[in-house]
Design a protein around this ligand. Structure first.
Ligand SMILES: *Cc1c(COP(=O)(O)O)cnc(C)c1O
Ligand SMILES: [Zn+2]
Length: 405
């Protein structure tokens, strides 16, 4: 039946271990903590045949997820998003084997739903009743929705220039919402104050289970490719949790003997905010904060000037033989339009950034063209009405349709 093989929490920086069945934040050394599973125990029931017959959501990977009691699962239909070929666009840019993992269909319209589903369910299981987080928008709408689903209170702080629609999403599910005249780090400082007042703070990587939810992107890609790793996965990187999660997924699948290689992982950031790319190019182990007044991109989900997880992202990218590239907002918007016309897929700006990166990596020769490449479309484009336009001709009622040739 249902069981989680969660064993303990470990610190990747200092090696300390913690009991996993208590609410925890960071390690005493300040590093994020990771969930560790009993792989032998998981292997008894986590087999391709067993998984195939389970419900089409991310809880099909329950052995490798932290929630022990199925009744604690806050479920809104998260997971099993399509992995689709981009045949025309792929041929156009010289990568015929290009696939997109389309996360735009998830509850609240972004892959943040994965981290929120697992993070909220586990926090509730461990006794939290009130959660607080800073967000650039999408994480707030996802965690607020799952908190409502689980019956928890949510407090969300976001920069005043985060997308308006994400504010409304938080408000409609009953979260307490504050705007700050500043960046995500300023929102983080405010949300952190709620800790002393009895709220469980769930900012990026400060609790161990958001990354477990995001890990399921990697598990799904492997299962959808019949338990094979693609050659390359291209990820629009803000805080980097998704990339860390995908790396963790393939590491655990390798330990289970289900995949035989690690995909090369590619970090994509926007020219206007690229602290991790800069660190990668400099050969550094962590990133320097991007100057706050300069941090800007239309791809708001990756506008993170000082990512706490930078060391983990950099080591995952290097261990996988990957790379890091930056793209301009102009390239993002161009690629969004080209891909939409070619193959009918509507990328959000963060997703379109991965396409601009694939084009760049093909041109530079880093990609030869024979690889199977997965681009992550992390959210729905409809939250960014400013990223695309339409100026149809207005016809008076009763008029005749113009010549169609
Ligand atoms: C949050 C977000 C990202 C960046 O995710 P990380 O895993 O934190 O790097 C990318 N795209 C969208 C649409 C997002 O909302
Ligand atoms: Zn530590």
């Amino acid at each position: 039946m249902w069981h989680s093989a969660l064993d303990r929490l470990t610190c990747p920086a200092c090696g300390r271990e913690y009991d996993a069945d208590a609410l925890r934040s960071l390690c005493t050394c300040g590093s994020p903590l990771f969930a560790e599973y009993d792989i032998e125990l998981a292997a008894k029931s986590f087999t391709p045949d067993a998984v195939r017959d389970r419900s089409p959501d991310l809880w099909r990977y329950r052995e490798l997820l932290p929630v022990r009691d199925p009744d604690q699962v806050a479920h809104l239909g998260e997971g099993m998003t399509p992995l689709l070929p981009l045949p025309r666009y792929g041929r156009q840019i010289g990568i015929p084997n290009l696939l997109v993992k389309d996360e735009s269909l998830l509850p609240t319209g972004s892959f943040k739903a994965r981290g929120a589903a697992v993070g909220v369910s586990r926090a509730a299981e461990l006794g939290a009743t009130r959660i607080a987080l800073p967000t650039n928008g999408n994480a707030g709408s996802a965690w607020a929705a799952y908190a409502a689903r689980a019956g928890l209170d949510a407090l969300v702080v976001m920069p005043a220039d985060a997308p308006e629609v994400t504010r409304r999403e938080c408000a409609v599910v009953g979260a307490r919402l504050y705007l700050v005249d500043g960046l995500i780090a300023d929102a983080g400082a405010l949300a952190g104050q709620a800790r002393d007042r009895g709220w469980f703070v769930v900012s990026t990587l400060t609790e161990p289970y958001r990354v477990e939810g995001k890990k399921t992107m990697g598990l799904e890609i492997a299962e959808q490719l019949d338990w094979q790793a693609p050659d390359v996965i291209v990820y629009p990187t803000g805080g980097g949790v998704g990339l860390i999660g995908i790396h963790k997924a393939f590491t655990e699948l390798a330990r289970l003997g289900l995949v035989d290689k690690m995909p090369r992982l590619v970090v994509v950031q926007a020219e206007g905010c690229a602290p991790i790319v800069k660190a990668f190019e400099a050969g550094a182990d962590t990133s320097e904060p991007w100057p706050a007044e300069a941090a800007s991109t239309i791809a708001f989900g990756i506008n993170v000037a000082a990512p706490l997880g930078a060391p983990l992202v950099l080591s995952a990218v290097r261990a996988s033989n990957g790379t890091a590239v930056r793209v301009t907002d102009g390239q993002i918007l161009d690629e969004l339009a080209v891909a939409a016309r070619a193959d009918g897929l509507f990328f959000c700006p963060e997703g379109a950034a991965t396409l601009a990166a694939v084009r760049q990596l093909r041109e530079s020769g880093w990609l030869s063209g024979s690889e199977r490449v997965v681009a992550m479309n992390t959210g729905t484009a409809v939250k960014y009405p400013e990223a695309f336009t339409a100026e149809p001709e207005l016809l008076p009622a009763g008029s005749t349709l113009p010549d169609l040739d």
